[in-house]
Design a protein around this ligand. Sequence first.
Ligand SMILES: Cc1cc2nc3c(=O)[nH]c(=O)nc-3n(C[C@H](O)[C@H](O)[C@H](O)COP(=O)(O)OP(=O)(O)OC[C@H]3O[C@@H](n4cnc5c(N)ncnc54)[C@H](O)[C@@H]3O)c2cc1C
Length: 484
Amino acid sequence: MSAPATYDAVIVGSGPNGLAAAVELARNGKRVAVLEGKSTIGGGARSAEITLPGFVHDLGSAIHPLGYASPFFRSLPLDEHGLEWVHPDVPLAHPLDGGEATVLERSLEATAAGLGPDAAAYRRLMGPGSADASSIAGFFVGKPSLIRHPLALAFSGIRALGDAEGVARSVFEGERARGLFAGNAAHSFLPLDQPPSALFGLLLGTLGHAFGWPFPRGGSQSLANALASYLESMGGEIFTGAPVSTVDDVPRARAVLFDVTPRQLHDIAGEHFTEGYNKALKRYRYGPGVFKVDFALDGPIPWQAEECLRAGTVHLGGTLEEISAGEAAVAGGEHPERPFILLAQQSLFDDTRAPEGKHTVWAYCHVPNGSTFDMTERIEAQIERFAPGFRERILARSISGPAELEGQNANLVGGDVAGGYMDLRQLLARPMLRPNPYSTPARGLYICSSSTPPGGSVHGLCGFLAARTVLRRLGKMRHDRTPR
Ligand SMILES: Cc1cc2nc3c(=O)[nH]c(=O)nc-3n(C[C@H](O)[C@H](O)[C@H](O)COP(=O)(O)OP(=O)(O)OC[C@H]3O[C@@H](n4cnc5c(N)ncnc54)[C@H](O)[C@@H]3O)c2cc1C
């Protein structure tokens, strides 16, 4: 007879999905431990002083529309464990050459009003989703019946399955609306002429109107810390500096959930899987990588368009054509001269991030997976284009290409921060086509990372849904209520 299991479940990896899985299991009365390979918890949601003392930078995620909207996170008492969301005045600014900027306001109407001839088209495209956004969030945790306006949503839904370039050109006529949509769509890491890049343009715009694009005060680490604190308050245990190389490194447990991507899962547990499952893990495709620069500045970015100072996030890439060309170049293995940049300036709205009067900036662009090309100069030139004098404000910078990112977190394979390519096929069959994507052929072994549905970003839903699978299999759920 074998010895009794020490834990009901052990989770390997303390990213937002690993912690979410642990929390869901613990609040259903399960005895849970988390093993984190690095010395700090949080995975893609960590923050640290990586430039100068007193400047707190996000090592991974910065802005959290999906984290804030997540029906799972909303069902947890994270505010009692130190989480405070900060809402910038507006979610997003998108500067154009000539000193102007398009602004994604919280209000759909106010945003539409800034889009000139495209105001009505913008309202038609974004309106239904914005009105039904919390229901859409519920949809991702398996509650399609929550959708209140299915017909109105179908209009946007069909568009979402298309490519961003096609939707932007057919729906809008002006540069402002097209550029705004393209910038949001570029979060997909897909070339903008490939479906379903339009989905990301719709989703991020919609979330901006319905929820905003907030971030945790003190950095994304505060979200990870709040999850960990809640977990520990329920008796869950967390061990850092505990890398797992084989299943033998894991203490005895009835279930092991891996917050890792398919390539790592294959290396760690491949000997327990069928040949077919291992082949599918190896076939899993990773997306482009990220090249990231964090800046410590001696003042705010001197934006030409003052509206940019109202926004937590700024998209740099100008027109639909330019953004599209940049993303196409990356998909083709090249490094665009003028890359599309995602930039966050949290310290404008959160005084815990930098010494008084000083500021932090988080900026990255996409590069081919595994790229070793230094994009620092091109990123700075792109910021300087919309904010002349930016360079003079730089006190220090910290540079992370794909190799450095993967060194910080093994899940960032080749610099891919989304846990794998997010084209239609791999969004639907993630990590592969299986009746339950969180299970594996090995009894008791599961995958719970962003390489499972609904995919990348900090929302904890992959971990939550994996935990529900485990709870069903372990039986007897105490907290038997799907959050909404
Ligand atoms: C630069 C960057 C910018 C981003 N920007 C945003 C953003 O603004 N908004 C947003 O919502 N999302 C953003 N993301 C994406 C987001 O961070 C991820 O989608 C999210 O963190 C995925 O969570 P996860 O739990 O699946 O995996 P991860 O967060 O990657 O966590 C995996 C954890 O597992 C640990 N681990 C891996 N292998 C082992 C092992 N063998 N043994 C033990 N531990 C192991 C890792 O150390 C890590 O802690 C960004 C990511 C990066 C890197």
